[in-house]
Design a protein. Structure first.
Length: 318
């Protein structure tokens, strides 16, 4: 019933005008950069915009600048590492530790840094190390400016020190191992397992059940939408579905159920990645669902371990 109610939930009232503003703020620079510098630069810039929007509302300007610079360094190092298993595994572990340290300030503050390592390394962003660093800085700065101009706000949600480090170390070790295994074994898009763990397993214990359920159900339903669009619609029709998915993703991100965020993110990514290629669309959809199931299973095991450790610590303290 919980999942059913979450699936039928609506975005927060009053967020529609802001959704249009954010959509314009994201699309215009993305289109310009795609034309001038290519899709990899645009993807890197867009990801860094998300980082800038995440850190700016809960940080002083100097602090936000430092966090964006750290992300730029990680992006540059990931581009240098490419698909080298040990190097990417080490960078994932490092980014997870930085994520843990920043969670003590506010939950999810640097949640995109491990994703930057994955996408700039073995993922879809193909840039030289210096291009990667510059595009992350540019995207982070623009994301911060958009946040200030639109007056976006977010609550500061500090995480208990023990919980932050337990979460960061455990997730870091798991995702580093996953990345090493998938890269050493040449598993196509195997990094989706690590991405699923990173995005679904939240640092705050009270959020984990909903995000794990939402990621699994939302990805499955979103994959069905993507598959139907790729198989039965012409290219322009699939593009409309992807554009609508982006719109609803922003809308629900401003205040809606996580299951809807996963549901709208999945068709947007799959359609844009396989546009016009029927076989590739089938392949990516199957991989997305399969790797999400594996990632969720791994995240559930970690969530149980973290919950048991927390209970033991509370018992010892009592």
């Amino acid at each position: 019933m919980t999942v059913h109610m979450a699936l039928l939930s609506r975005p927060m009232p009053g967020t529609l005008p802001m959704t249009f503003k954010m959509l314009v703020a994201i699309l215009i620079p993305s289109i310009v950069i795609t034309v001038l510098a290519g899709p990899s630069a645009s993807m890197g810039f867009g990801l860094a915009m998300g980082l800038g929007m995440a850190v700016t509302p809960v940080s002083k300007p100097q602090q936000a600048g430092v966090l964006i610079f750290i992300a730029a360094v990680l992006g540059a190092l990931a581009s240098l590492a490419g698909s080298t298993p040990w190097a990417i595994a080490l960078l994932i572990l490092l980014s997870a530790l930085l994520f843990a340290a920043s969670n003590r300030r506010s939950a999810g503050l640097l949640s995109l840094t491990p994703i930057i390592v994955i996408l700039f390394g073995p993922g879809a962003v193909d840039l030289s190390w210096w291009e990667a660093g510059l595009w992350v800085i540019a995207g982070g700065v623009v994301g911060g400016l958009v946040t200030k101009i639109l007056k976006l706000q977010a609550p500061v949600r500090p995480v208990n020190t023990f919980i932050a480090w337990e979460h960061g170390i455990t997730v870091g070790v798991l995702c580093a191992a996953v990345m090493y295994w998938t890269l050493a074994s040449n598993i196509p898009h195997g990094y989706w397992i690590a991405v699923t763990v990173l995005m679904a397993l939240r640092p705050l214990p009270e959020e984990r059940r909903d995000t794990l359920n939402g990621r699994l159900v939302g990805t499955f339903l979103g994959a069905i939408i993507a598959l139907l669009a790729v198989v039965f619609l012409p290219v322009w029709g699939a593009l409309i579905v992807a554009a609508l998915s982006m719109f609803f993703l922003i809308w629900y991100t401003l205040g809606g159920a996580y299951i809807m965020q996963a549901l709208t993110l999945t068709p947007m990514l799959l359609i844009f990645s396989s546009l016009g290629d029927y076989n590739l669309g089938l392949e990516l959809t199957a991989e997305r669902v399969g790797f999400t199931i594996v990632g969720i299973a791994a995240a559930i095991v970690v969530a149980i371990l973290l919950r048991n450790w927390e209970r033991r610590r509370q018992t010892s303290a009592a």
